[in-house]
Design a protein around this ligand. Structure first.
Ligand SMILES: [Cu+2]
Length: 147
């Protein structure tokens, strides 16, 4: 095993440096029409660390229930399904985006209005958590929401 400068730096600075290996880019939440109580949060996560990471849960004050979802194709139909974790491999990135991985929000406390934002907290398999603000944006619905 080669000792890379990055790894040495992380050993010296740990554990505080661990969280900084994950960078969140372009988070946003899907704006909802009135009477729709579900939405989704999308974000791109870059893992600059040497270890694989995984999101195991998420929460937000804006929703009563939050699940991690993927989208699978069953014939012509795209269906969402709950998954246990969203992996972010070491030295790689994972994109949560419409029609793919997303953080699913159920039982919204109020409609998500474009221009506002919500606080989202994600927890990783190693017990760390990270909070971020997701601006609410209108997102073209590329799929039907089947549950
Ligand atoms: Cu979903």
């Amino acid at each position: 095993m080669k000792l890379k400068p990055l790894l040495l730096a992380s050993l010296l600075l740990s554990p505080l440096a661990n969280a900084e290996h994950l960078m969140l880019h372009n988070p946003y939440a899907r704006a909802t029409p009135p009477n729709v109580a579900t939405s989704a949060v999308f974000v791109e996560i870059m893992n600059h660390g040497e270890k694989d990471r995984a999101i195991v849960s998420a929460s937000t004050p804006a929703a009563g229930k939050v699940e991690l979802h993927d989208v699978v194709h069953e014939g012509e139909v795209m269906k969402m399904r709950q998954i246990d974790q969203i992996k972010i491999p070491a030295q790689s990135h994972t994109s949560l985006k419409p029609g793919s991985l997303h953080i699913m929000l159920f039982d919204l406390t109020k409609p998500l209005v474009e221009g506002e934002s919500i606080e989202v907290n994600i927890t990783f398999a190693n017990g760390e958590s990270q909070q971020f603000e997701a601006p609410i944006k209108k997102v073209m619905s590329g799929m039907k929401h089947h549950h």
